[in-house]
Design a protein around this ligand. Structure first.
Ligand code: ZN
Length: 161
């Protein structure tokens, strides 16, 4: 069985930041990742690279930011007044917040703290990065009707509900 739309795919993977050589994430020694192919469960570049692969296949693929977590945008960096953080005991660089906006919740990371002004960055932490994936395909199966309706995998490695 090869990887195509509506297949449930399990992979072992390692992700490396191409510029720094740093390992960002790896399933080595842990649980492999299971996802529903064609449902945008994973980044587009990786989904495209896995299309047509079979169990046992190994691949190495370098994915540009636009096919991974997007380009880094300066417009997503904003300065907000300290008053916006009422109820937070101490605002420090590196803290993550979820802000409610008219477009839904977005994740922010505090990058700089002045006395009255806090700089927050809404870019994905991996935005602007080229990523190298090393992947091994562990299993491929048909998705159930329920999984297709939900747009994600159930059972082992998936949503438990
Ligand atoms: Zn579900």
């Amino acid at each position: 069985m090869t990887i195509a739309q509506q297949k449930v795919v399990t992979i072992h993977y390692k992700v490396v930041d191409v510029d720094s050589g740093e390992v960002i994430d790896s399933s080595e020694g842990g649980q492999p990742m299971t996802y529903l192919h064609g449902a945008q469960n994973i980044i587009p570049g990786l989904e495209a690279a896995l299309e047509g692969k079979s169990v046992g296949d190994e691949l190495e693929v370098t994915i540009a930011p636009e096919d991974a977590y997007g380009e880094y945008s300066d417009e997503r960096v904003q300065k907000v007044p300290m008053e916006a953080f009422q109820g937070v005991e101490k605002v420090e660089p590196g803290m993550a917040f979820t802000a409610q906006t008219e477009h839904g919740p977005i994740n922010l990371i505090v990058t700089e703290v002045d006395e009255a002004v806090v700089t927050v960055d809404a870019n994905h932490p991996l935005a602007g990065k080229s990523l190298q994936f090393s992947v091994k395909v562990e299993s491929v199966r048909d998705a159930s009707e329920e999984e297709l309706t939900h747009g994600h995998v159930h059972g082992e490695g998936g949503h438990q509900h």
